[in-house]
Design a protein around this ligand. Structure first.
Ligand code: KG4
Ligand code: ZN
Length: 331
């Protein structure tokens, strides 16, 4: 499917739902999907590391410090002036309330000053549509596996704004499972990438999980055992995700899978999904590695695609309500 609405539009996107301040400039085109013109990101990982996880109040304050300088940089690098911006998009939820309020407040203030409309975006819709920014964009319809720090969901996606929940985890999200396991093993925060790096040196068959083993082993075990444990943990998480994704493809009869969210950066998940889907003649699409974790481009992209598809109208009242808890199929 090609975009329905082809007027050229310049969209500034602001993401501030958790521990990354992301801003991006996107431009719609007459001959394909919108494209990134410029983007900037500030990660708060170093700041939260000392606490072993995200401290919401510190996150909000840091977004306050970062968001305007990042926005200025992005507009400059895009070669735009502020008055060129047609639409200011921001993450409305889900996420940390205080952190969301920073992005929403800045977006609405900026838009009001420029006399331009705004659009509040669902963070997971941003992730879900981020593969449309890749060199190999998917086509509708598809099954989406959303694997972030807070969510693991399988959705049937018929088009922009047409999402049907097929299933979600009732306990830890995939990213959370990586992060918690990594913490037990003394790997710091955020644990997913660290655990994946260590897993490369381990054999997933040495330890048999269930997880209670993790507590017994802790950070004091030898480095090789930690690597084996990392490999076993990663294998357990990946196996569940691959099995559930394949079942969703079978049940919907679809032959296209889109994987998005922070955990979509995991190489083991990518290679196992590639192999499993190839065996079923299904295709898999991922976001570019740098766009798997939170960023402003996916928010601007989702806004541009929603407007193009005619499923959302930009708003001009500049009041905003953030939604820390918000189901994607209710967006
Ligand atoms: O999408 P995201 O940036 O934030 C949320 O919306 O939650 O996802 C962050 C999550 C974290 O749990 C992080 O540990 C995980 O994604 N993550 C990874 C990898 N890179 C990020 N997990 C496993 N392997 C990775 N390479
Ligand atoms: Zn995210």
């Amino acid at each position: 499917m090609r975009p329905l609405y082809t007027r050229r539009m310049k969209v500034l996107g602001i993401e501030s739902s958790c521990d990354e301040t992301g801003v991006a400039a996107i431009e719609t085109r007459s001959d394909g999907w919108p494209q990134i013109v410029a983007q900037a990101l500030h990660s708060q990982v170093d700041m939260h590391q000392a606490y072993g996880g995200v401290v919401p109040e510190l996150a909000s304050r840091d977004h306050v410090r970062r968001v305007l300088p990042l926005a200025r940089r992005v507009v400059d690098e895009a070669g735009w002036s502020l008055s060129d911006v047609d639409l200011v998009a921001y993450t409305r939820g889900p996420g940390l309330a205080g952190a969301l309020l920073v992005g929403a407040g800045v977006a609405c203030g900026l838009a009001a000053a420029l006399d331009r409309p705004t659009l509040g975006i669902h963070h997971l819709e941003g992730h879900l549509l981020s593969p449309f920014l890749s060199a190999d964009p998917p086509e509708f319809q598809f099954v989406a596996l959303l694997v972030s720090g807070g969510h693991t969901q399988l959705m049937e996606v018929d088009g922009v704004g047409r999402y049907r929940m097929l299933g979600e985890t009732i306990d830890d999200a995939a990213g959370e499972a990586f992060d918690k396991s990594a913490k037990l093993m003394g790997l710091g925060y955020p644990g997913g990438p660290a655990l994946a790096r260590l897993a490369a040196f381990g054999d997933p068959g040495v330890f048999e999980l269930p997880r209670p083993r993790l507590r017994k082993l802790g950070p004091s075990v030898c480095e090789q055992d930690r690597a084996h444990l990392a490999a076993a943990t990663q294998a357990a998480i990946v196996e569940v995700l691959v099995k559930k994704s394949l079942r969703a493809l079978r049940e919907t009869g679809l032959r296209r899978l889109v994987v998005a969210g922070g955990v979509a950066a995991n190489e083991e998940l990518r290679s196992q999904l590639d192999a499993a889907c190839a065996a079923q003649s299904a295709r898999v699409h991922y976001p570019e590695l740098s766009l798997c974790t939170d960023n402003g481009a996916m928010i601007a992209m989702a806004a541009a695609m929603r407007v193009q598809a005619g499923v959302a109208a930009p708003e001009r009242d500049y009041t905003f309500d953030v939604r820390p808890r918000w189901a994607l199929d209710a967006a």
